[in-house]
Design a protein around this ligand. Structure first.
Ligand SMILES: Cc1cc2nc3c(=O)[nH]c(=O)nc-3n(C[C@H](O)[C@H](O)[C@H](O)COP(=O)(O)OP(=O)(O)OC[C@H]3O[C@@H](n4cnc5c(N)ncnc54)[C@H](O)[C@@H]3O)c2cc1C
Ligand code: SF4
Length: 515
């Protein structure tokens, strides 16, 4: 076999895939490079736990490779020769090590994809891009799947994925359990029972890394207990979170998927998104573990819990990635509802009297995490009802959550939550009045506002904001079949009631900090 030329392989912070075929090849003349860079810490203001989570996981993965005798170059954030941008660092390393070939894995972010393509175009040495071997679909699969079809819905894509990967199928055509979707049985409120087991395994001391981040002067927000970092930063940690989920939480995952609670930030959610998005875990191994555990414990765990979970990873996660590559770069600018307002200051402080927002934001600041319904029906709902510019909303979501990487953040935020894409991801806007929040949570019990009141002094702000939104956007949604019933109900309101609704809603929109 011909000797390999001196090769440099780039590993980005969200490419920590232990099982990648790169590491199974003959390693002679190969160097791997990791970089902690200001270009990545500064493109948006991140939660401190997000910066610590990525840097820790990168360091642990680099150490893992070194232990296995791979050649690794690691640029820490304060290393004096670190030029803090990808092209400048790469140029320097290619020259210092007399590199003859540059290789990278295809990035998941459009921004980095463009940057690396531009960089390679200007290089005089050979370059090659590889698949990350992480996703179950290619960048183009979703576009091809929907070619020639009028409507895109996740459900058909998901069913196709089930068939393609033979997941929860009884034969090549029929779904196990007789149904494709058990969503309807997954809508319970949690009121203290069943108990949620709280053992979360490891806690890490990240104090030294925190000092380095502070010394670098990186601007962050949010809270951190540096002696007890709660997120998985190695493959072992990630596998332990997965095992913990299967043994303790899967049994009620579906039932309480949409529930909200003041004291329970995680409920029965898996907390696997960071391990998945950084690629420490592969989506197929997560699905296989969950289904495997269920098969051995069928007398305790119902298929509805399992199907609900599989749909999130095999369905939504891959679907969002497909939408991202189908729609970028235009998607990043979409604002079909022409919303223009700023996000209120209390998104960074949790200082609001609205109990649902106070708890959802405080939990996000404390944990760099909120579960799906908090993101969609509390913070996202409020932002949309108050006509916030999607750029503002995106920047917040991209910064605050440990799992926020643009391909999955923007499709969920701009698309599913803010309807800024005009209906590519969602067939109707995810907005609600206080009654939905009251139905799914205990937030309203401890709130200064009265969820039953629509207008007046202490009425729940979500109530007037909801009807005001429908009235404002009536023209936009007039032909949307799924909005017909709500628009009919709006039409039945008297002029007087509508006036009071709009008066209250506008007072909230103009002075959100007063509420
Ligand atoms: C406005 C908004 C912004 C969001 N931003 C992100 C983000 O930046 N990064 C991110 O990973 N998810 C995002 N989501 C999706 C979802 O909220 C998170 O994946 C989930 O809360 C992560 O927690 P978990 O691991 O405990 O999830 P679980 O509820 O246990 O679900 C299991 C897994 O399914 C996947 N999943 C579930 N829902 C979705 C979804 N809608 N899209 C893609 N994957 C999904 C995730 O990988 C998750 O880890 C967002 C949702 C909304 C409404
Ligand atoms: S009353 Fe309204 S503002 Fe208060 S918690 Fe309930 S939904 Fe939120």
């Amino acid at each position: 076999m011909a000797e390999r030329v001196k090769t440099l392989r780039l590993i980005l912070g969200d490419q920590l895939n232990h099982q990648h075929s790169w590491f199974k090849e003959e390693q002679e003349n190969i160097r791997y490079v990791f970089m902690e860079m200001r270009q990545e810490t500064d493109y948006v203001t991140h939660h401190i736990q997000k910066v610590i989570g990525f840097f820790s996981a990168m360091r642990e993965f680099a150490a893992h490779l070194k232990e296995r005798d791979h050649e690794v170059i690691y640029l820490k954030i304060n290393y004096k020769k670190n030029k803090q941008t990808l092209p400048e660092n790469l140029k320097q390393i290619i020259s210092d090590y007399e590199i003859e070939k540059f290789e990278y894995q295809l990035p998941d972010e459009y921004r980095l994809d463009v940057q690396l393509k531009d960089f390679c175009r200007d290089l005089t040495i050979e370059t090659e891009a590889y698949d990350t071997e992480h996703f179950l679909t290619s960048r183009e699969d979703l576009t091809n799947f929907y070619k020639g079809k009028k409507e895109m819905t996740m459900e058909y894509f998901y069913r196709d994925m089930r068939k393609k990967y033979d997941i929860l199928m009884v034969n090549t055509k029929d779904p196990e359990g007789g149904k494709w979707n058990f969503d309807k049985s997954n809508r319970k409120k949690w009121s203290g029972k069943p108990e949620i087991p709280h053992e979360r395994g490891f806690r890490k001391d990240v104090s030294e890394l925190l000092q380095e981040v502070e010394k670098a002067g990186i601007k962050t927000f949010g809270n951190l207990d540096a002696e007890k970092f709660i997120w998985p930063t190695s493959r072992e940690d990630s596998l332990s979170v997965l095992n913990y989920f299967c043994k303790n939480l899967l049994v009620h995952f579906g039932d309480f998927q949409d529930a909200l609670h003041t004291e329970q930030a995680y409920l029965f959610h898996s907390r696997l998104s960071f391990a998945l998005n950084s690629k420490m875990l592969h989506p197929k191994e997560v699905i296989d573990s969950v289904i495997g555990y269920w098969r051995e414990n069928k007398d305790e765990i119902d298929i509805s819990q399992v199907e609900g979970f599989v749909r999130q990873i095999l369905g939504w996660r891959e679907y969002m990635r497909g939408i991202y590559w189908k729609e970028m770069p235009g998607y990043g600018k979409s604002n079909k509802l022409e919303n223009q307002n700023k996000l209120p200051e209390f998104y960074w402080t949790a200082n609001t009297k609205m109990n649902c927002l106070k708890h959802s934001i405080q939990q996000s600041l404390d944990n760099a995490y909120a579960h799906h319904i908090q993101r969609l029906m509390i913070t996202g709902n409020y932002a949309l009802l108050t006509r916030t510019h999607p750029n503002e909303v995106d920047a917040w979501y991209l910064g605050i959550y440990i799992d926020a990487i643009e391909w999955v953040e923007i499709t969920n935020t701009r698309g599913m939550s803010q309807f800024a894409d005009g209906g590519i991801v969602a067939t109707k806007p995810y907005v609600s009045s206080g009654s939905y929040i009251n139905k799914m949570s205990n937030y309203c019990k401890g709130c200064e506002y009265d969820v039953m009141k629509k207008t007046g002094e202490n009425s729940c702000p979500f109530n007037s904001l909801y009807w005001n939104f429908l009235d404002d956007k009536r023209e936009f949604f007039k032909d949307n079949r799924r909005m017909g019933m709500m628009l009919n109900m709006l039409d039945k309101k008297s002029q007087d009631e509508l006036f009071r609704i709009k008066e209250r809603a506008n007072a909230i929109i103009q002075n959100p900090e007063n509420f």
